[in-house]
Design a protein around this ligand. Structure first.
Ligand SMILES: C[S@@+](CC[C@H](N)C(=O)[O-])C[C@H]1O[C@@H](n2cnc3c(N)ncnc32)[C@H](O)[C@@H]1O
Length: 196
């Protein structure tokens, strides 16, 4: 990522103000999230999900390219007496932190090069949650632009070598057209159910 793009993200987080928004209703309503172990929030911004997961009992690492976002998240964690590890990394060139993670969250961040790495990052039985707007989102919203939108049906590609727990696309209660994938890494020797 260029220095100017990084500064743009820093400026966006500064403008939004220091306090993380509430977590997405979609995430908080999922049935299959672990409540202990290690969680990685990829490009998690100023921590709306990382803080909620830490409060739930997970040991959370929040990764983002924006130092401003990470500082806001760290301050919010301190204010709520929550443990939060932050990692500043540019996922266009830096590696993802090594697992195993009981939960990997990728929410509103699109980087297709990372997808093949997801299964090996997860602990056996670990859960991947991936949420990203699709092209149909343009029917109601100008942003995000097409470079940040999934093709229809594309999220299924991420789930190879994983067990799909939930895979759907549609208009969310928060007004976006999104793909939602929840997938689980099988335990060694576990046979994946075949899709019909
Ligand atoms: C749309 S925001 C989503 C933030 C968070 N996941 C959420 O749902 O609130 C996208 C995030 O990706 C981060 N980001 C963009 N490019 C990145 C990169 N190359 N490496 C790491 N983080 C990046 C931005 O700083 C921003 O926080």
């Amino acid at each position: 990522m260029s220095e100017s793009e990084r500064k743009k993200w820093d400026a966006r987080w500064r403008e939004r103000g220091p306090l993380p928004s509430p977590p997405s209703i979609l995430l908080t309503a999922l049935d299959d999230l672990p409540d202990q172990g290690r969680a990685l929030d990829i490009a998690g911004g100023n921590g709306r999900h990382a803080l909620w997961l830490a409060d739930r009992g997970l040991s959370v690492t929040l990764l983002d390219v924006s130092v401003v976002a990470l500082e806001q998240a760290a301050a919010a964690a301190r204010a709520s007496d929550l443990q939060l590890e932050t990692v500043c990394a540019d996922l266009e060139c830096d590696p993802l932190p090594a697992g195993p993670w009981e939960l990997v969250l990728s929410f509103h961040y699109l980087n297709r090069h990372l997808w093949p790495r997801f299964p090996e990052l997860l602990a056996p039985g670990g859960i991947l949650v991936f949420v990203q707007p699709t092209r149909r989102n343009l029917e109601r919203h100008e942003r995000p632009g097409v470079d940040f939108l999934l093709e229809e049906g594309e999220a299924a590609r991420i789930a190879s070598r994983l067990e799909v727990v939930r895979l759907e696309e549609g208009w969310s209660t928060e007004g976006r057209h999104e793909a939602v994938l929840v997938a689980r890494r099988p335990h060694p020797g576990e046979v994946l159910p075949t899709s019909t």
